[in-house]
Design a protein around this ligand. Sequence first.
Ligand SMILES: NC(=O)c1ccc[n+]([C@@H]2O[C@H](COP(=O)([O-])OP(=O)(O)OC[C@H]3O[C@@H](n4cnc5c(N)ncnc54)[C@H](OP(=O)(O)O)[C@@H]3O)[C@@H](O)[C@H]2O)c1
Length: 237
Amino acid sequence: MSAPKRMIVTGVSSGIGWAIAAEALRLGWHVEGIGRNAPALLTAHPRGSFTSCDLSDRTAVNDLTLTTEQSYELTVLVNNAGTLGPVKPAKKVSWAEIDHCITLNTSSAMLLSAKFLREVAGEKQLYFTGSGAAEFAIEGWSAYCASKAAVHMYASVLAKEHPELRIHAFRPGKVHTPMQAEIRATTAEDFPGVGHFVEEFESGNLVLPETVAASLLHVIERKDEIPVIFSTSNYTV
Ligand SMILES: NC(=O)c1ccc[n+]([C@@H]2O[C@H](COP(=O)([O-])OP(=O)(O)OC[C@H]3O[C@@H](n4cnc5c(N)ncnc54)[C@H](OP(=O)(O)O)[C@@H]3O)[C@@H](O)[C@H]2O)c1
């Protein structure tokens, strides 16, 4: 019998991370969630586990251990936990707001990835939940856009440093998650584009997190070359 596959996902209590964990479990993977709130999906499943960690806490991230005695056919890390951060004109954003958004969305994913590259042996792949906002400037989202642009570039650097590994950031599109609800709850004064996001929701145009998860698991199994930064909508199952 071949060794199982191991999936490590951050931010699994809701949205895209929850859906990735669910899809990986469905496909027979061992799934380890990392985040602040444990989902029953993982704690109640024989192939699931959860490590409690506030990923905006540098010491807590540093203390995580990714080594394991068990051998796996493949280990995948998906750096998915994230925050929308402050939504308001950049001139009103505080140091604490910038710090929290960049620490969680960028620095913590970088630190965990470095740990993953050092500590995890054998076949491995590394993914980041990126965003279209990394490449498209959105008024009112200065910290978020900057944090995700940094994530895309970080993934590109890692991919160059490790041509032997699959390393990617993916744009999931506008996904039906609590983060989209948070976007719709903002004001046009702070975020002039809020009306478009409300329209997209009301028109039923949001992508389901399950669709993003299925595309990601499909990409993980592919053997052909794909761009370092890709849209999951290009790899629908
Ligand atoms: N939804 C979209 O349209 C969209 C589009 C592009 C990119 N994304 C990206 O997709 C990723 C997932 O977001 P989502 O849309 O699925 O929203 P979500 O449902 O709000 O998920 C965010 C996840 O991050 C976790 N998280 C937040 N703060 C944390 C912290 N300090 N420490 C550990 N975990 C923390 C949350 O868990 P806890 O609160 O339980 O800790 C939650 O599981 C994010 O990186 C987001 O930027 C989303």
